[in-house]
Design a protein around this ligand. Structure first.
Ligand code: ADP
Length: 303
């Protein structure tokens, strides 16, 4: 039986930028009182996120995996898009977002995003898709064409797509298309990986395969991962922590930490049948309902 520690997150705002030190590296990601209002100052103004504050520490050689669940429309994608620095949502209406101590100024190579769909270019082959980001960053990275080709080949192999290099996305299954998207993203070795319902469109066996693949690759790339999913099972299986977002305006209503971690070598399905895992899923599910009802009721009252 696992002993999940449950706590509400909250980190005081730093008084001044802090220098990095080997003893205490800067957090990977910090949100300080971040809110996002769409169409502010108009009758259609809508607060998607409110007072979002948290800090994710930088563990040497190992990124954390944060699984995020919450009711539809509660701001999960808005959160990921803000962290990605996409111009459609950035900057936040108020508050501050820092990546390794620096305010984000738009998308960056340190953050990679995998969406539910359309993550790959339909007019490019698997090989060209995986090469794409590496080529764009060639000026900065100084990689030769031979190294780019070799990196692309390695990532295609790691995601299990060797032999499919010259196919276009429409010639691949949904799971294979997501493998291309993951390879494309991870080839750039992002420090932070943002995933928005990446496996939602896949059937259950493929989804389990992809979860397994993600765990394997995550260990290798050592990125901090934020994964939004509508599956509590998936969030508990993949996450070191699980956040439950409240109904809009979205906030972290509950955080679960120290949830059971799959022992090495145990197949996903077997571990997911274990008592410890089932117990954690049930506790998160119960809390999901409680957060949803409490917050839903208070929002309704406030209106
Ligand atoms: P989730 O990912 O949790 O389903 P989203 O982050 O996509 O939620 O959206 C949160 C809320 O913000 C939704 O009610 C959505 O309609 C609204 N929203 C998202 N983008 C915009 C936008 N560009 N303009 C106005 N409202 C938006």
């Amino acid at each position: 039986m696992s002993s999940a520690r449950e706590s509400l997150p909250g980190t005081p705002r730093p008084a001044a930028p802090r220098p990095e030190s080997p003893q205490r590296p800067l957090p990977v990601v910090e949100f300080h009182d971040v809110s996002k209002v769409f169409n502010p100052g108009t009758p259609g103004a809508f607060t998607a996120l409110e007072h979002l504050t948290f800090s994710i520490e930088d563990f040497p050689g190992r990124g954390e995996f944060i699984g995020i669940v919450g009711p539809s429309g509660c701001g999960k994608s808005t959160f990921l898009n803000l962290l990605a620095g996409f111009k459609e949502v950035s900057p936040p209406t108020s508050g501050e977002i820092l990546v390794r101590g620096r305010p984000i100024q738009g998308p960056g190579i340190d953050r990679g995003m995998v969406f539910q769909k359309y993550s790959s270019f339909p007019h490019l082959t698997v090989r060209q898709n995986v090469r794409f980001g590496l080529e764009i960053n060639r000026k900065r990275s100084g990689l030769s064409d031979a190294v780019i080709e070799s990196e692309a080949r390695q990532w295609i192999e790691k995601v299990g797509l060797s032999g499919h290099e010259d196919k276009y996305p429409h010639q691949l299954s949904g799971g294979q298309q997501q493998r291309v998207a993951i390879a494309r993203c991870l080839a750039l070795k992002p420090r932070i990986l943002l995933m928005d319902e990446p496996f939602s469109a896949l059937d259950e066996p493929t989804r389990l395969d992809m979860q397994k693949l993600l765990v394997e690759l995550w260990v290798e790339i050592e990125a901090t991962v934020f994964l939004v999913t509508h599956s509590i099972t998936e969030a508990v299986y993949l996450g070191d922590r699980v956040w439950i977002f409240t109904r809009s305006p979205g906030r972290i209503g509950k955080e679960f930490r120290d949830i059971p971690v799959s022992p090495r070598g145990v197949p996903a399905l077997e571990f997911q049948k274990s008592g410890a895992f089932q117990d954690a899923v049930q506790r998160v599910a119960a809390e999901f309902r409680a957060v949803d009802q409490t917050m839903g009721a208070s929002t309704a009252k406030a209106r």
